[in-house]
Structures are given as structure tokens and as C-alpha cells.
Ligand binder design. Structure first.
Ligand SMILES: Nc1ncnc2c1ncn2[C@@H]1O[C@H](COP(=O)(O)OP(=O)(O)OP(=O)(O)O)[C@@H](O)[C@H]1O
Ligand SMILES: [Mg+2]
Length: 251
């Protein structure tokens, strides 16, 4: 991996399939704190990648760096999505180019119904899934379309946050701890929808404390530790590697 690939053509680093999202030598800081310390990884079109690691390893910071949120500040590196240079874009431009970040705190907008939260996402193009199709995906949201979004249960709010990302025409779904605080039966329900979304061709990065659940869903896994990558391989390799699980995932 010493020679930088030409991402504007056909990025092709460790594997034979062309990468859809490529993160190359990315470094990021919060003020003086050096957090993302030169990471490289690829995500292939249509796959689910689990981004794992202990508390404070830098998972959220990595997602926020890719989504160009400005905090942390990315000081070096390249991020390419479907041959487009995200590292040259603002967060708004990156969203328009196809990034859909579902942050950990879900950010449901107070004072708006479920439906209004979805309509707001479609106020400007590019528009993704129709609202009726989103209600087919999450029938609970359809049943509660007139309810204020912030009064939904935690699981329903997570569904709304995912639906709102899909309401825009995105190419990659970035999920930060979608299962946090949810009962196993609700996790099952959300997992089923993530599988359905994948079957429609979506590419997904999932950050999860519940590493086993994420690995069961994912095709591949990247494990972070203190801002660097310590593993990049298949999800089943992680599930089968007891030392890796114990050392970095405490499972
Ligand atoms: N806004 C911030 N300002 C300064 N440091 C921050 C900020 N946000 C996160 N950090 C630090 O960056 C490091 C990585 O944090 P990050 O939130 O990316 O980790 P994480 O892997 O998502 O952890 P968790 O599993 O707890 O969510 C931590 O040491 C954290 O204290
Ligand atoms: Mg986090």
C-alpha cells in the first residue's frame, strides 16, 4: 500500500474489486488532539462494513471525518466516493454527492411530525426513496406518520433517522451505533431492514458497540485502535479469531 492508487479512475488497493468508497491516509484533529492517525480502508459497492473498536478508538470521529462535518478537522488524506473527491467538499456537498450520516443522537427535529421530518429531507434534490416506500420499509413509521417525531420510542426514532437518510438519494449509509439502547427484538427488526436495504444495492458502514450483532450482519470489518487500523478483513475472520475479539472488542 505504498503507492497511492489513482482514485479518480478505478481505486484498487488491497482487493481485486474496485472500491466504491476509499479512505486514503486520513488524519484528523480536534484542536490540538490528534485523533484519526492516518487510516486507509475501502468499502465495496453493495457491501456492509462494520467499523469496530473500543470506546474512544475513533469510530465516530472516522465517520464524521468521512461526512466532512468539520469536527474533527481533517488535515490530510483523500476520501473518494464513486470517483468523487469528498475531501474537497463541504458536508453539504458530500451529502449531495451521496453520503447519508445517521448520527448517534439521531437528531429528530422537534415540533415536526414523522412525515414532516421525512418531507424536510426531500425539500431539495437529489430525492431518494419515496415516503410511501419508506413506510413500507418501516410500517411503524407509517402508523405514526402524524405523531411528533421526538415522541417516538427509541427504536422508532432510530427507524426515522434511517428513513430520513434514505429519503435522500444516497450511495453510502453511515450508521453510528444504530442499536444503542434498544431491546433485542427491536434490534432484530432494524437488522432485517438493513438487510433489505442492502438487497436494494445500498453500501453501508455500521459502527456498533454490539460487535457480534454488527459482525453477523456485515461482510467485512475494520477494527480501529487509538486512531489507527489494526485489522481489515472479513467479518467471519473476526468472529473466528478469539484473540482479536478479546483484545480489541472485549467479546
Ligand atoms: N469534540 C471533541 N473534542 C475533543 N476530543 C474529542 C471530541 N470528540 C471525541 N474526542 C476524542 O476523540 C477520541 C475518539 O473519540 P470517538 O468518539 O471517535 O471514539 P469512538 O470510537 O466513537 O468511541 P465510542 O465507542 O465511545 O463512541 C476520544 O479520545 C475522544 O475523547
Ligand atoms: Mg462513537
Amino acid at each position: 500500500m505504498n503507492v497511492k492508487p489513482d482514485f479518480s479512475k478505478n481505486a484498487n488497493m488491497a482487493t481485486t474489486a474496485p472500491a466504491f468508497l476509499s479512505v486514503w491516509d486520513m488524519h484528523a484533529y480536534y484542536g490540538e488532539s490528534y485523533i484519526v492517525q492516518g487510516i486507509n480502508f475501502n468499502v465495496h459497492e453493495g457491501e456492509i462494513l462494520a467499523l469496530l473498536g473500543r470506546n474512544g478508538a475513533g469510530k465516530t470521529s472516522t465517520l464524521r471525518s468521512i461526512a466532512r462535518t468539520g469536527s474533527p478537522m481533517v488535515t490530510q488524506g483523500e476520501i473518494w466516493l464513486d470517483h468523487k473527491p469528498l475531501h474537497l467538499m463541504t458536508s453539504y456537498e458530500a451529502a449531495t454527492a451521496g453520503l447519508g450520516l445517521v448520527p448517534e443522537d439521531r437528531r429528530i427535529i422537534p415540533g415536526l411530525t414523522v412525515e414532516e421530518n421525512l418531507q424536510l429531507a426531500q425539500i431539495a434534490p437529489p430525492i431518494g426513496w419515496s415516503i410511501e416506500r419508506l413506510y413500507d420499509l418501516f410500517p411503524r413509521l407509517g402508523e405514526r406518520r402524524k405523531q411528533e417525531g421526538v415522541t417516538l420510542s427509541g427504536g422508532e426514532q432510530q427507524m426515522l433517522a434511517i428513513a430520513r437518510a434514505l429519503a435522500r438519494d444516497i450511495k453510502v449509509l453511515l450508521l453510528d451505533e444504530p442499536y444503542e439502547g434498544l431491546a433485542p427484538v427491536i434490534v432484530d427488526e432494524i437488522e432485517k431492514t438493513l438487510i433489505h436495504i442492502k438487497e436494494q444495492g445500498m453500501t453501508t458502514i455500521i459502527v456498533e458497540q454490539n460487535a457480534v450483532r454488527a459482525l453477523e450482519l456485515a461482510d467485512r470489518a475494520v477494527i480501529l485502535d487509538t486512531g489507527g487500523i489494526v485489522f481489515d478483513g472479513t467479518a467471519s475472520e473476526v468472529l473466528e479469531n478469539h484473540e482479536l475479539r478479546a483484545e480489541y472488542l472485549a467479546i
